[in-house]
Design a binder for this molecule. Structure first.
Ligand code: NAD
Ligand code: UDX
Length: 453
């Protein structure tokens, strides 16, 4: 019987192994993690690693915050310690699967660590990046667009690819399992995230031009996406993309390009992040400039804090930058998100960029910011007495709010800034709101108060 062990029980390791165990009853699957808080009872890490034939490594690979490549390069500390642990406890030949997103050529480094400490044990390294998205993880795992497996082009490498392919073949049609060399698989993951993020930055860049010209970005992206060569998905203009992957993986790609002397290629991809930062700043500037160039002492309701709907995850959420921008202008924020806790929001607003994966750097929140911030239990409480409302996550429940009731309880003029284009702006205008939607024609008020980007 084949035994599989996965190191790292996070957003990827947990659901991926649950699906493998569910779909392959004959395979014994164990998931281990070093986080006591995450899995208090799972302290048999080494036993499972030592017994498994196939080891998935699904540990976090955050952006480095210090040292060489800080702010760009992927931090492989967790990966290296997992590899060293495997080498320490292994008793039989193993297939080690890179499930984490890693820089291209990482397999070579991992191979060195393992083979230098091997005691005669043979290792095959495979790259099998994960493409699931949060909020739809199980659906994506059950029905993936593709499964990608990269391995060495040697008989041993091909045999290992075959062994992993047999695991997925329990539920994934064979024509959706793509086999490549190691470096193509590693790079494809970074490339896929870069392409997806690039689409969002492209449509967000267009949204700025739409506002300047009177075009409507939803009409433009619909028209563009109808071209089958472009396709309609991932063309929704927004306040900016967030999540733990896009920015981290593009920065890693940029760093790899720079290390290979490819300055122009690095600059091309860097621009995807720069446009994303521009979009978040542009949103803050629009809020401030519309409200007579100051939000000092004004109550602003923030609806939605997660980086997208159907998750409580706040890693790199655009809400952090928007809230920090508004707090910087002395606004009083009243925040509501259906899934994010007050503790998490306060933590996020006290952290420096990239520190979410390095909690030791957490700064205590300044007493002034503490006072400027309240976290409440629903959208009505958040908007009561507010001057403006910023919608930052596209939660379904926000589409059906009673906006007349909200309007009646807000200060006048009452502003709505829809960072996700989910509310019918015409209906809001009829109620009496001054409305800003990303990339939509500006109403008279906003035209008279141009935002400085
Ligand atoms: P995560 O932080 O949720 O989980 C990683 C887990 O690994 C943590 O619980 C951590 O304690 C554990 N860990 C670290 N070192 C360990 C060790 N030596 N031994 C045992 N456990 C250890 O991260 P995640 O979101 O699951 O992402 C994991 C990887 O998958 C990253 O490379 C990420 O880029 C990639 N990825 C993430 C997603 C996503 O949607 N979150 C999607 C595709 C790929
Ligand atoms: C992403 C990739 O989709 C997934 O394949 C990869 O494995 C991990 O990274 P995830 O970060 O979970 O998944 O969420 P995703 O749905 O891609 O959204 C990322 C961000 O882009 C969110 O903030 C979302 O709101 C934003 N987005 C997405 C837009 O602004 N516009 C869009 O059209 C689509």
């Amino acid at each position: 019987m084949v035994k599989i062990c996965c190191i790292g029980a996070g957003y990827v390791g947990g659901p991926t192994m649950a699906v493998i165990a569910f779909k392959c009853p004959a395979i014994e699957v164990a998931v281990v993690d070093i986080s006591v808080a995450r899995i208090a009872a799972w302290n048999k890490v080494e036993k499972h690693v030592s017994e498994a034939d196939i080891i998935f490594v699904s540990v976090n690979t955050p952006t480095k915050t210090r040292g060489l490549g800080a702010g760009k390069a992927a931090d492989l500390t967790y990966w290296e310690s997992a590899a060293r642990m495997i080498a320490d406890v292994a008793k039989n030949d193993k297939i080690v699967v890179e499930k984490s997103t890693v820089p291209v050529k990482t397999a070579e480094a991992i191979e060195k660590i393992l083979t230098h400490n091997s005691n005669g044990i043979k290792y095959q390294i495979l790259s099998n990046p994960e493409f699931l998205a949060e909020g739809t993880a199980i659906r994506d795992l059950f029905n993936p667009d593709r499964v990608l497996i990269g391995g060495r082009e040697t008989p041993g490498g091909q045999k290992a690819i075959q062994a992993l392919k047999e695991v997925y073949a329990h539920w994934v049609p064979e024509d959706r399992i793509i086999c490549t060399n190691l470096w193509s698989a590693e790079l494809s993951k970074l490339a896929a995230n870069a392409f997806l993020a690039q689409r969002i930055s492209s449509v967000n860049a267009m949204s700025a031009l739409c506002e300047a010209t009177g075009a409507d970005v939803t009409q433009v992206s619909h028209a563009v996406g109808k071209d089958t060569r472009v396709g309609s998905k991932f063309l929704n203009a927004s306040v900016g993309f967030g999540g733990s992957c896009f920015q981290k993986d593009i920065l890693s790609l940029v760093y790899i390009c720079e290390c290979n002397g490819l300055k122009e290629v690095a600059n091309y991809w860097k621009q995807v992040i720069q446009v994303n930062d521009y979009q978040k700043n542009r949103f803050v500037n629009r809020v401030v400039s519309s409200m007579f160039n100051t939000v000092s002492g004004k109550k602003i309701a923030i609806l939605g804090f997660a980086f997208k709907k159907d998750t409580g995850d706040t890693r790199e959420t655009p809400a952090i930058d928007v809230c920090k921008g508004l707090l910087g202008d002395n606004a009083n924020l009243s925040i509501y998100d259906p899934q994010v806790t007050e503790d998490q929001i306060r933590k996020d607003l006290s952290m420096r960029k990239f520190d979410w994966d390095n909690p030791i750097h957490l700064q205590p929140m300044s007493p002034t910011v503490m006072k400027q911030l309240s976290v409440v239990w629903d959208a009505y409480a958040a908007t009561k007495g507010a001057h403006g409302l910023c919608l930052l996550t596209e939660w379904d429940e926000f589409k059906t709010l009673d906006f007349k009731k909200i309007y009646d309880n807000m200060q006048k003029p009452a502003f709505v800034f829809d960072g996700r284009n989910i509310i019918d702006e015409q209906k809001l205008r009829e109620i009496g709101f001054i409305v800003y939607s990303i990339g939509k024609p500006l109403d008279g008020w906003l035209k008279d108060m141009p935002a400085v980007a």
